[in-house]
Write a protein that binds this ligand. Sequence first.
Ligand code: FES
Length: 166
Amino acid sequence: MSRVSTLRVLIPKFALNFARYESTTVQFTSKKVVTCCVNRKFSSTSPKLKKETVTVYFVDFQGNKQTAKAKVGDSLLDVVVENEIDIDGFGACEGTLACSTCHLIFKKKDFDKLPEKPTDEELDMLDLAYGLKETSRLGCQIIVTKDMDGLEVEIPGGVADAREPS
Ligand code: FES
């Protein structure tokens, strides 16, 4: 019959509640450890990594609608790229305000609710956009907010890249 002895170990809780050790029971046979159980409870204060998403619709001039999941905090250019929305030539300058190919047209009610007004640089670039309207904006300058769930934006019927000579 093997000789079993039990050693009960109490490990103090850590002050920052990173890991909480409760009582630990360790049983020994004559030479090796048979059982060792440690109850660990972890708490985490790490920030939420998953961004909230809303649904945005891109409608072309023929009325075809493409649906995209848009992360709050991303630009509409990011949304088009991440969702692989098929828009010819869209975002050619990758959001550096140099091309106007990310031109989108908003409904008046949505346009009026956009949190950021266009900068002078955006307005200058919009002047070069194809099919400019009163409610036009550049998608690379529009940041998605929670209020934009269900937003529908129109894709112009053509594209003009301001970097190319006319
Ligand atoms: S991507 Fe070029 S101006 Fe927006």
